[in-house]
Design a protein around this ligand. Structure first.
Ligand SMILES: [Mn+2]
Length: 376
């Protein structure tokens, strides 16, 4: 038996912080669905399991409701198995009733109740759909006693958290990490945790098919799951489904060489134009190097899909040569010296010192820029 395990599509997710680029990221989540279909065909997979949170919200627009359905429809030879999660729980007249009313083709299956569903003659799916955002009890528990034909694979599908299990009282949508063992499952396909994670020999979180947050999984993936037969350990292969890579870096630079090296390393990232980069830089640079750093970041910002630069902890430390480049002995030099005194003053407010540094960099860049123009 060969299946693809995915989860957490969160179709319709809003990315307000990206402004005009937002729609591109929404489309990328749909492109991931198509990539799953292509992977299924390419690997001879008949069944794709989606372990909850197909939709980001319980009230998607008519267009958002249809968009993933239409993508799945196009892969008529692939069976898609959808499970309600905490973002899209199955409530009366809720999102899943709306989906059902669209009139689904035979290859799209909604698992809206905790009842066994045969995938084929050799495997049975045991789904645990959420009917509200948060459950106190482990709703995968029913799988332990679920009856399946002798010799058939038992495959669980659930959405929730194994991390907080047993912590007592605070857990929301808990799933016993030993569920696969207790319920004699051949595989337990989980969703909710947006990173690929193996919980046990037969229990995995798929990870998100298209990343949606900084500091999480960098690239969207799904799992190709091969199960030789009842009781056999599943063999897992990661499939790439994502378009954009979300990368977070924290770097320290204290001289021009380190700054140039950082730029070089960032530009070596694969598929630069599809990079969403969160970059935090700390350290200190002379003004000339600081100016060069800012110029490199302006270039990089245009090379990647999105750059979020946090340079609040990168100090500008003028050298004597920097100050002389601003002005040898005139009014600009006196301004520069005053700004430097403020930025050096450990008794001054951090915000004031920071602003003095920024003004110094600005002054340097303007004077250096004018000098270049005059030389040209
Ligand atoms: Mn979830």
């Amino acid at each position: 038996m060969r299946i693809i395990h995915s989860a957490d599509w969160q179709i319709g997710k809003v990315f307000k912080q990206f402004g005009t680029k937002e729609e591109t990221l929404r489309q990328a989540r749909l492109a991931a669905v198509e990539r799953l279909g292509v992977h299924a065909r390419g690997n001879g997979v008949r069944h794709v399991l989606v372990a909850g949170d197909v939709y980001d919200s319980e009230a998607p627009s008519a267009h958002t409701l249809r968009a993933p359905i239409e993508r799945m429809k196009a892969f008529v030879d692939v069976h898609w198995h959808l499970l309600p999660g905490n973002h899209d729980p199955h409530r009366p007249e809720g999102v899943w009733d709306r989906v059902a009313q669209l009139g689904l083709p035979e290859n799209i299956h909604l698992h809206l109740a905790s009842i066994p569903a045969a995938l084929d003659e050799s495997a049975v799916l045991l789904p645990a759909p959420l009917h509200r955002k948060s459950e106190f009890d482990d709703i995968s528990a029913w799988m332990d006693a679920a009856q399946t034909p002798p010799g058939a694979l038992r495959i669980g599908l659930a959405h929730g958290s194994v991390v907080d299990f047993g912590s007592g009282g605070e857990a929301s949508n808990p799933i016993d990490p030993a569920r696969a063992t207790k319920a004699h499952l051949d595989y337990l396909a989980l969703g909710d945790w947006h990173r690929t994670l193996q919980v046990g020999p037969k229990t995995w979180y798929a990870g998100t098919p298209e990343p949606d947050r900084a500091g999480g999984q960098e690239q969207g993936t799904a799992l190709l799951v091969d199960i030789a037969g009842p009781g056999a350990l599943p063999s897992i292969t990661r499939l790439i489904t994502g378009t954009y890579r979300w990368v977070s870096r924290s770097e320290r630079i204290d001289d021009e060489e380190a700054s140039a090296d950082l730029d070089r390393r960032l530009r070596e990232e694969a598929d630069l134009s599809r990079l969403i980069l969160r970059l935090k830089v700390e350290g200190s640079l002379p003004l000339a190097a600081y100016g060069e750093f800012l110029r490199r970041m302006t270039d990089l910002d245009a090379a990647v899909f999105d750059l979020d630069l946090d340079e609040a902890s990168l100090a500008a430390r003028p050298t004597e040569a920097d100050l002389e480049a601003i002005d040898f002995d005139g009014v600009l030099r006196r301004s520069a010296d005053r700004l430097k005194n403020v930025s050096d003053d450990s008794a001054a407010a951090p915000e004031l010192r920071r602003r003095a540094e920024e003004a110094l960099v600005e002054l340097y860049l303007r004077v250096a820029g004018r000098a270049r123009e005059e030389a040209a």
